[in-house]
Design a protein. Sequence first.
Length: 417
Amino acid sequence: MAEIQSYSINFGPQHPAAHGVLRLILEMDGETVVHADPHIGLLHRATEKLAESKPYNQSIGYMDRLDYVSMMCNEHAYVMAIEKLLGVEPPKRAQYIRTMFDEVTRILNHLLWLGAHGLDIGAMTMFLYCFREREDLMDAYEAVSGARMHATYYRPGGVYRDLPNQMPQYKEGKFRKKGKAQRLNKNRQGSLLDFLEDFTQRFPKCVDEYETLLTDNRIWKQRTVDIGVVSPERAIALGFTGPMLRGSGVEWDLRKKQPYAAYDEVSFKIPVGKNGDCYDRYLVRVAELRQSNEIIKQCITWLRANPGPVAVDDHKIIPPARAVMKDKMESLIHHFKLFTEGYVVPPGEVYAAVEQPKGEFGIYLISDGANKPYRVKIRAAGFAHLSAFAEMVKGHMLADVVAMIGTQDIVFGEIDR
């Protein structure tokens, strides 16, 4: 009987470790991957095309839904592109709020990545630990914007509103006794800044817990050390950014190299790896959790000491206050025009990029002088990483495919726009 030398299998698109609708066609030689062919196109939502058919201020919400774990960072790039074309500079306080929430978003992203990556490789406890901390930061999102995920909080010219002076409270009810409600509300007695400060004091110990579970864990190291090695030269050639690039030892971070918002006024380090394997990329992201925590602390200190406006005082771009809008005819007209027609952006083209948790997220925008963009092109960090997947996975075992999908931190909303 003839022995089958190699065969092809489908991995995904409904596989629990495929992180969305990734379909991989794997050519196998026994347990070893000979070739991998990633198929995208199963989630195509035409974000770029939709953004071209709507006024500028109505497309901010689409950005949240691209990489739906790095919501405010995506908004930041889009809003920065519009501001560059308009020639608008947001107030200093808005810049600090954006910096703070970019880092809150980075922690949210890395916690989901760490939990899911751990779960993929068999460390179930990680998922529960990480979601415990995510819950607090989701509450911060909700307090400031009214939404737990898709915030639409950044606006051209600043942010939607200033930080609230009071956190929402848990109430006692049928399923929550008075004692439990009081316990849950213990760190919610002050403002959002007080709540976040309490979080930043607790969080380093939580990161220590994650590291206790994983960093020196023999099984974790067996699954990640020397898996998916990418050299620094190859990482640059493949267009890697973010932790995928820094894990290979390249110290590149837009927050340091091309500072935006208030990043040139806060101090932090860029963690880098040495070997460019899954384990180093894990270490880089865990180190980033600690660095983001420090940046949030610095932003809290500055925001406490410096009250002020959080948006430009131009009602052609930013709507008037609701109370004023209901009282003055001119304000009502401004409000109506803003939310029906939007604003006209001068002709030109611009590229704005931010250091999103997964890497460089860029918006290339062309304006023809109308109230909606002529062209929007999104540079998604994960797209370049996924295109290198076949090269990374070649010669590894089938079980390592799961580890490598995890290490790339793939979210399909941004890859398959």
